[in-house]
Design a protein. Sequence first.
Length: 278
Amino acid sequence: MNTDLNQDMDNTKMPLLDHLIELRTRLMWSLASILLLFIVIFPFSENVYQVLVQPLADIFEELGGQRRLIFTALHEAFFTYIKLSLITALFIAFPFISMQFWMFVAPGLYKNEKKALAPFLVATPVLFFLGGAMVYFIVMPWAYEFLLAFELEGGPGTLPIVSEPKVNEYLSLSINLIFAFGICFELPVVLTLLGRIGIISSKGMAEKRKYAILISFVVAAIITPPDVISQIMLASVLIILYEISIFSVRLIEKGRGAEMGEGEQTASNENANDTSSI
């Protein structure tokens, strides 16, 4: 009897053990991909940094004069390149990490759940990339040009005020902007997912549109530099994404209603067939 009991306990533990082994395998593959990409990218970290600093370099070229970025600690540039290489490796490895996450979760999902979750996994990196691209090509040039306007040329009785950004501070500011906009661009994914599981509705979102507009401007004022143009741009994008979310949730509700109608029609047909057979 004890043997049977132990065997039953082993049978109940094995799925959990296999689950943990699978989780460890997926985590190891994810970490290995990040480490491998970091090793490949680090020798080219200076080139990657030059790409990141290009919007500022273009503004410096327009302003003229001898311009430069500086570091005040001996180890600052080295650790800046390490940080940049790690962030770049994470960014490039994200699709592979998402695939590992999907391979771990998918076996435990029903077919309809897989069908519902798959579009979100695809849309998440795409929207994040669009947010980062908007920062790099639009927000950063305008914001940095606005901030550099506070420089002061020297003259009789006055000292010049010239910007000499530190390499680590520029990296932190740029990465924070990219991640802030990238996360904000995930708004449709989050709201659509909440709508799919029934927490929010398109009607409720439409009724609270004025609050969403207010929150969009507050968020834009917090995460962007003190530049009115970039704040208005981010707030406008958030409002557009909110409207897209309303449309997406409305489509999900229509699809859900159509499925329920088909189910009711099938049930009524089955009842009619049973009645006629009797």
